[in-house]
Design a protein around this ligand. Sequence first.
Ligand code: FAD
Ligand code: SF4
Length: 508
Amino acid sequence: KIIGIWILGDQLWMGQSALQSCVDKKHHQVIFIESLRHAQELPYHLQKLVLVWSAMRHFAEELKQAGWNVTYKQAEDFQTPLIEWIQQNQIAELRVMTPSDRPFAKLIESLNLPCQIQFTPNNRFIWGDAEFIQWASSRKRLIMEDFYREGRKRFDILMVGDLPAGGRWNFDKDNRQPPKGKLKLPEALWFECDRITQDVIDFVIQSPAFKDSQKYWQIQPFRWGVTRQQALQVLDFFIQTRLSNFGPYQDAMVTGEQTMWHAMLSPYLNLGLIHPLEVVQAAEKAYYENQGEWELNSIEGFIRQILGWREYMHGIYIYMGEDYPTKNWFNHAQPLPEFYWTGNTQMNCLYQILKQVKEIGYAHHIQRLMILNNFALIAGISPQELEDWFHAAFIDAYDWVMQTNVIGMGQFADGGMMASKPYAASANYVNKMSDYCKNCYYNPRDRTGEKACPFNFFYWDFLARHYDSLKNNHRMSQMLRNLERMSGEELGKIRDRASEWHKINSLT
Ligand code: FAD
Ligand code: SF4
């Protein structure tokens, strides 16, 4: 029988299980579909559209060269081109690798097609779905550090026999330094557009479907890689120029520096162009080749991001119920401020990062967590509105990675199923970990005056608002003790500033 393989935009890898399940490539058919309607569900960053579509078109070419029968369609929806292709090619079974995103799996199940649909297991992650569920079901609390240690043992990464290399599992106390003096920052690896990418750019610019997104996002210069070969170059470049210094300034933020020592690998990992295990193994190999010269804190810190955080976030997504995206433990309902879209704010930290997101659709982890997310958390913004924004704005955003990072880790909207405390911080943190406050209209030390930094009054207002919900969390006790020491008069002024801000902001 003839099998038709539908390759989704984030499954662009020869080793993906649907392709692997068909040995005789000449006998079967492959299809890629660009759906315009799907691309308009949110005002997505234009570079994200270009990245996904150009990477799909490049991968389709690679498959053709490798001898597969490939059909490439651009259409309004998915169902119409699928039916046409199934009938024309007398396809008896449609095979799709299980999507990483739950809403997309639902969409496929709801299609009305003239043949049966068969899902193959998703093999894009290091841990299989069933393995994670088995691990999680045996525990009371799903602690990332426990999961990470299990992953190190199970996949034999940075292990010496049964023990962790260097005698410790975690070297974080050597990392997380503030930016000091004049840092010598490495360059990022960017690429020129080829003809395929330029065609997609021209299409997106000319299409009336994306007029709205053009108000917010910059499409050119587009400098992301779009093939597996380029993704491997980014990995190699990262290992050669950044990995050995990844740790110390992992959390630092410097004006105008878009990437610091970060890997810039998430867009490629999330498209399936490279596999997380090959990234982890390449980093480990480089460490052993440079042993004695490279510090373990950087290599272990990087490996923990992928073998720990990325796998854990994916596993939690699989494990949590379908109502996870609707969670809102603090009942936050303020609308997302317009400046998240326009970048038009006097808060310099937000301004700088939003400008960068407009330019490249990327910000590093601490910019996402402690500025973009933290502000929304302490200001009481709706977690669902924030999640939609993150999903639209970021080049590497997908449902599986958004839910856990924004709803869970960022907004604590799941009430602490995965994070042990909310990531809430005042201007003190921003001032310590960045140089943004030096050039800001607001004063990071002021919490009630005319130039009081909004991160300050919102931080204290957040703690006061949720005192009862947080008082039994021992990791919050230090912060709440500071709140208790504050005079009623001071707290009153702070809370007035917070509500004034919302009033003014809702008018603009
Ligand atoms: P590096 O700092 O160099 O880290 C290496 C790799 O580790 C990343 O490429 C990524 O694959 C992985 N990683 C590290 N932390 C996480 C994490 N928490 N979740 C998943 N993977 C992780 N990541 C996305 O891939 N897409 C998103 O849309 C996304 N949104 C986020 C939103 C918020 C509010 C927060 C707090 C985090 C988000 N992350 C997201 C996680 C993380 O910030 C990015 O993966 C990382 O910044 C990507 O840049 P990099 O490749 O240079 O990462
Ligand atoms: Fe951000 Fe406040 Fe610092 Fe300005 S003073 S950069 S708003 S933290």
